[in-house]
Ligand binder design. Sequence first.
Ligand code: SF4
Length: 1003
Amino acid sequence: MKLTRRDFLKLCGGTTAGVALLGMLGPESFLEAAPIDIPLRKRIGEKTTICCYCGVGCGVIVASDENGKATNIEGDPDHPINQGALCSKGAALIQVTNNERRVDKVLYRAPYSSDWEEVSWDWAIDKVARNIKKTRDENWTYKDGKGRVVNHTEAIGWDGSAIVNNEEAYLFTKFARSLGITYLEHCARLCHSSTVAALGASFGRGAMTNHWIDIKNSNCIMIIGSNAAENHPLAFKWVIKAMEKGAKLISVDPRFTRTSSRADIYAKMRSGTDVAFIGGMIKYVIEDIEKHPENYNMTYIKEYTNATLLIDPNFKGPADLDGLFSGYDAGKRAYDRSSWVYQLDTNGIPKRDLSLKDPNCVFQLLKKQFARYDVDTVCSITGTSKDVYLKVCEAYVATGKPDKSATIIYAMGTTQHTNAAQMIRSYSVLQLLLGNIGVAGGGINAARGQSNVQGATDHCVLYHILPGYLKTPNPDDVDLKAYLEHYTPTTSDPLSANWWQNYDKYIISLLKAWYGDAAVASNDFAYEYLPKVDGDHSHIAMAEAIENGVVKGLISPGHNTAVSGPNANFERAGLDKLDWLVVCDLWETETAAHWKRPGVDPSRIGTEGFLLPARASMEKEGSLTNSGRWSQWRYECCDGPDMARSDLWIVTELIKKLKELYDMEGGEYPAPILNLTCDYGDPPDVHKVAKEINGYDLETGELLSSFTKLKNDGTTSSGNWLYCASYTEDGNMAARRDPTQTSAQANIGLYPNWAWCWPVNRRIIYNRASVDLDGNPFNPDKPVINWHPLRGEWEGDVPDGGWPPMSQEGTRLPFIMTSEGRGHIFATGEALKDGPMPEHYEPWESPVDNLLSGTQNDPAVTIWKSLVKGDVSKYPIVATTYRLSEDWNAGQMTRNLPWLVELMPEMFVELSEELAAEKGIQNGRMVIVESARGKIEAVAVVTKRFSPYSINGRKVHQIGMPWHFGYMGLAKGDSANMLTPNIGDANTTIPEYKAFLCDIRAK
Ligand code: SF4
């Protein structure tokens, strides 16, 4: 039996909803849906894939008929994460492939035309390649104004996406770098770039520490800045599992969400005040540690974090400098971070004070900074009621005991702020104080909104990094030696693994993978081919560069920036100024059809447009990496439209055509293109790309089994060292579907033989922090690893570094990616631009003054030329944006699906009953929401889910709206991002979508 519309609606737990019924669907309706009670029947071609929507990574079975058409799609009952269940989006997947709205022709829009015209693939590939070549050749820079070699072009932007497979994302990076592109970005910049910066600075790796199933091991779960029940429903299943065993759920959110409705404690918090909220908890913990150290894991705090380490006496913090740290230069809006460093002994090893009493030790500096975060001040900032706040502190802090654990789950409610990285840092500090990193049921779990955010980020479709988080060289990195000296950390501490000491092996192996025989020791392994990037080339910078005419051509595979970018009116107008724009997508997106948007005249828009029909996830093969770092293989299960091609095919065709053109015609700096390896067959074989990513022993031709085998002498290759071990001589690890476990692995829900997980199949990173100095688990009931003294080896998960326990000779500290081996309560040196410890600042647009200092906003954010700031007297209401269960990001892959459109047909804005009464707004009627950037129309949903805050004795209103809508698709509506400011986080420039000012009125 096929899933019908009626089945679908039943599965989603409601009937045609409409916005007035929003919120009546409980998360349990999804959870109870599995296993789907559709009897399996013999089908032709039943294959598995992974859901293309969110980062949970649910398994899906697709059945297709003899013509290659999908006949049924349902949850994979064998899959350990979703166990057969799917949420509303997953249950509607069949309408992604069987959909008359799919782009099924190669389309071209001539400058000033009001129509698409149909062209052939050959013509389009040739024309796009010629456009790229022309723009590149006319705008090539060999040396910058200071005479430094840069070998780049700033005239072409590449705005990729996280919807593509790993192999495609990898080729995006490889191809864009070979062209010398500096404006290389993808949508992870807009959703989780602050996660990478903050978690990297805290622990050494910028990824979710645990995995979805592990949440069941928690004693307490704090979901903050995330509505997991709605946006990651099958991850929330594991929250429910934990609660069934007695765990407490805390929901911290400005809005009473579906997650809040399941929580033991709901704490209302004004958008953008996370550091204040968590800062009060940090103060609570510090005071409690001093009174009751027996309730905390003091071994963990003293040995595994940097709490005992001494900081340079010249360092000063916000308690002394009115919200600033030492080294601030107001003119540059930047810090000199030279005092944010450890005191070193004569051997160059950081000094420590095991008593935690030295005024310069990290613990005392933390205590001093957060002494200001008393409960009254915190609650005056956040708007949380004091009794609820104290309940949160009590429940969460109880997990400081060695045999307890708590996890923090967050998403874009946290990541999209001007001080987002510091918000995530505050979570990290709290978790380190409670000994919650590296343990079962602990960690910081970043919920990714797209299916392959983790993988596309790992492969670094981002201007500032190369695959595996290697740094993009800047013009001062004049040769490979200078580059390696710049980025390879050194230490003389024998307890530090200092894993990045292997940097040379990783970059040289990458250059061998990209340039093959053209990369030899005598030419620095073709290091000069890499474009050198100076300054910020992230999303907001790229939008300004488009506006200013610097970027003239844009390639946008899978990213609908016209809906997802901040200050959308500004970004859309920028697209009109491009010479050419290439979009690869399943749908006619707002970005592709920017010249069709309301209020513009196509005959005045000269951008040459290409809309290349792409294949959907179930129509192609490859791997993707979920939030929990699981790389999972999905198969080509069915056919898409005849003319649709995979991004892998499109990008390799472009590479081949560019090679041909440069070979025949010459051009500027052709060597990186001509020498780029691209031997994947015709059509390209995705397995060859996956193997290239893994890497080879070039002397034997064998695939490598681990990145520990990589060398710095040019005898190994690896496109991404982090994925070395993902495709070995034993086969494709990501394709594994073996659920077998040892009893210890089953106890905590590890599936080591199911798919593959980076790094080296380690499922919980920093897991050597889960054991005491002798290697015994702090929590004997839920060991992640333990040391077997007789066999002299670790058992359980893959240990994070194979060294023996800390009490033994030859050991190393457990945070092997940080320079000194400890978790960073204090993030030293160059790690972050706006402070070594988190400090509260108000959002860029805020209705109130900062109660903790005279520094109102994050002092290190970039003020962009195009930025417009709203005046609180005109725009007094705090606004935020969010996602819906039935919609996905910029909407193109949900607003074109009839079932989902029926559930969520139109744009709306939620506001409190009090605000509605003040403004004379009625439920279900149209309203106008206006900010300093633009105005939108939406249906008013008057709800108890929002209520006014009392902020320092003053009433403050907040409203909220989804950000999925746009002017194309089956369901249309104004885009929330017409209101949001183009200002970003100080470290990553992720835009501040989640707190801005507006006004609202009845239409
Ligand atoms: S959208 Fe996320 S939770 Fe829903 S089925 Fe897909 S992967 Fe699972």
